[in-house]
Design a protein around this ligand. Sequence first.
Ligand code: NDP
Length: 320
Amino acid sequence: MTSPSGTLVFSSAFDAFEVWRDALHAHLPGMAIVDAGATGATGEITDPAAIHYALAWKPPEGFFDKMVNLRLIINLGAGVDSLVGRRDLPAGVPITRITDPQMARMMAGYVLFATLRHAREIPHFEQAQRRGQWAYRHPRSPETIRVAVLGLGELGALAASEVQRQGFTVMGWSRSPRQIDGVQCFAGIETLDTVLEQADILVVMLPLTTDTRGLLDRARLSRLPKGAALINVARGALVDQAAMTDLLRDGHIGSATLDVFAQEPLPAGDPLWAMENVLITPHLASVAIPSSSAKQIADNILRVSRREAPANQVDPSRGY
Ligand code: NDP
């Protein structure tokens, strides 16, 4: 495979430059790839005009300013909310994101773990164990437990299928109508309350956009059946965190597995840290995997170098 002309700039505080560079070189040997570092210190880059491609996760404001020949921005992850709303995006440069099957598998694994944890009442047994109690509770059969997955995209659709394969009764919700084997699919805001009212376990897998920010407010969370479990692996700002905390405290929401928060890291002293019915993980439900994502990134770079439209393009007007 020949490598296109132009340099690729990399920026991420979470991902190792050398690993991504080597993974990309496996598909684009000889391509010039430079590291702007965790801080996106483009001052280190001697010739910003040579940069045609940017592979970045949350680059700092002004990152793209001097890249006058930029042809493609590749978001180093699935969620593009931190990118699409920025004022410093160069006009007319397409944005793509990673939609890697391995990333979807990792996410589905987390959702399955969290769903089973709630369905099998593992928090109850963990707490009983700490008290030294043999606290038998007869297991419920999975088909009696209704799981609702909000967001049926690259990640949500696979997660819904995996949960369905375990025998749960699964509902899905998206903006436009979707069809997933064994999953009862709903679409549009007018159907959301119906979905929430039936969700013994609610899985949030929506992108954060102007339409979805704060979507799960106090009124909507209150529609969940009493004792429902909440799993948020998408973005904290989709949920009214103060209302969620109140509802967890009074037991209306029975338990939660939370990977994302309104503010990350979750501030020390936040009441969620100390709640026995909450499991907190530090935003790692799924990550972009270099070995499996590099080919789609390379394919897109080659497409753009041939003046073709890239795949997996984000629609900034839609926000995802
Ligand atoms: P996609 O863009 O592939 O899918 C988004 C889904 O949400 C689609 O089904 C879409 O509907 C639906 N949706 C969007 N807006 C609305 C709306 N207003 N009303 C109803 N449904 C809506 O996203 P992914 O599946 O790839 O990722 C989902 C999110 O997961 C990411 O945006 C990111 O925030 C988060 N994430 C979290 C990670 C973590 O480690 N915690 C890791 C990776 C991602 P339609 O089908 O009609 O388009």
